[in-house]
Design a protein around this ligand. Structure first.
Ligand code: SF4
Length: 356
């Protein structure tokens, strides 16, 4: 317990450090120039951009304009695997680059920064997770995609927030008991949705863990017509106030299909780019976090996602450094749990065929 507490403290410190490393804003002319340069670099290098909903909107826009993809981690992995480009440039956090490499070992996988980590990944070191598995040999181990390649290599299954409920339901129906890592909120939610016997690791996301119900209640009195939609990495009490709970993809679908005109959104505010693009007449409000005080390390935006910028994207395309490199045996081991998820998702129609 003391070990996990000190780990949690060091993760907070890393998140604060990441905030201090955010790239400086650029003027309009310089932005236009660098965007044109990146478009040329992508063509010259037969590279495609794969961007997560949480990165800077200029990167998302660039991905769209150049034939790449903006999506959640499941579709990002699938798209990279099927796309003919020989270089994948993953704008997101490190585990997303690793997953791309595991599924496309013969492609070059670059990232604008290799320092973009994730508090869930950091909070579940492989050595400790191995011990956790060894202490519970009667359980099937299921890890969330937000983990290192080593941790995925130790697990029986990898899942994302798009398919976690379907996969746990499947395992539960086979009579299996589950060992879950690393996000405790997502684990609790999946457990409530499926009724499965689950033993959960105690990790959390520094962004979603900050969402607060008291402030949300106040916000709802100001906006009684708003619908609350939330990512399941958010605390349980907040989820109990949400009308829609699901992956980033599910949240984007919700604002598209629901009649409501106003949404309070409990996930990283980077997703507003896609939401505003799809529904320009609807209003989106970020759910209140732990505070706008000096102690807040998240404030609705992931400090590591924010490290991806036009500047470091152009730089990595120029120098080719910051490449994801994994040894063959790590790839082979991690591929087993990821391929199980991909195959299951394809069979269940959870991956949209032809996305690439
Ligand atoms: S938002 Fe949370 S879960 Fe997502 S990458 Fe950042 S720290 Fe990890």
């Amino acid at each position: 317990m003391t070990q996990l507490k000190s780990l949690s403290h060091s993760i907070q410190q890393k998140a604060i450090l990441a905030k201090g490393m955010m790239p400086a804003p650029m003027g309009a002319f310089a932005t236009e120039q660098i965007i044109e340069k990146i478009k040329t670099q992508l063509k010259e290098q037969n590279a495609v951009l794969v961007a997560h909903y949480y990165v800077d909107e200029k990167l998302q826009q660039l991905a769209e304009e150049t034939g790449g993809l903006i999506s959640d981690s499941l579709e990002m992995a699938n798209f990279g695997r099927n796309h003919p480009a020989t270089t994948l440039v993953v704008c997101g956090v490190r585990f997303m680059g690793e997953t791309a490499k595991i599924l496309s070992p013969n492609k070059r996988v670059l990232m604008p920064t290799l320092e973009a980590e994730c508090s869930l990944d950091l909070g579940c070191p492989a050595a400790e997770f191995k011990q956790f598995i060894e202490q519970h040999p009667d359980r099937t181990s299921v890890v969330y995609a937000n983990t290192s390649a080593e941790v995925k290599g130790l697990a029986d299954w990898t899942v994302t927030s798009s398919n976690a409920v379907a996969i746990i339901n499947h395992l539960h129906s086979q009579g299996e008991k589950i060992l879950w890592a690393p996000d405790r909120h997502l684990g609790n939610w999946v457990q409530a949705m499926t009724g499965a016997n689950m033993l959960n690791w105690e990790g959390h996301c520094v962004v979603h863990d900050e969402f607060r119900t008291n402030s949300l209640k106040e916000l709802l009195t100001e906006h009684p017509d708003a619908v609350v939609i939330a990512h399941p990495e958010s605390p349980e009490e907040l989820l109990s106030m949400a009308q829609v709970i699901g992956s980033t993809k599910v949240l984007v679908n919700a604002i598209n299909t629901m009649e409501a005109q106003k949404f309070i959104v409990a996930t990283d505010e980077g997703i507003f780019y896609k939401m505003q693009q799809l529904q320009p007449d609807k209003e989106f409000i970020v759910a209140p976090t732990g505070g706008k005080s000096a102690t807040c390390t998240a404030c609705g935006h992931c400090p590591w996602m924010a490290l991806n910028s036009l500047q470091n994207l152009s730089a990595v395309l120029e120098k080719g450094d910051r490449e994801i490199r994994l040894d063959k045996s790590t790839i082979e081991k991690a591929k087993i749990s990821i391929s199980r998820m991909m195959d299951f998702s394809t069979q269940q129609g959870l991956i949209v065929q032809g996305d690439a």
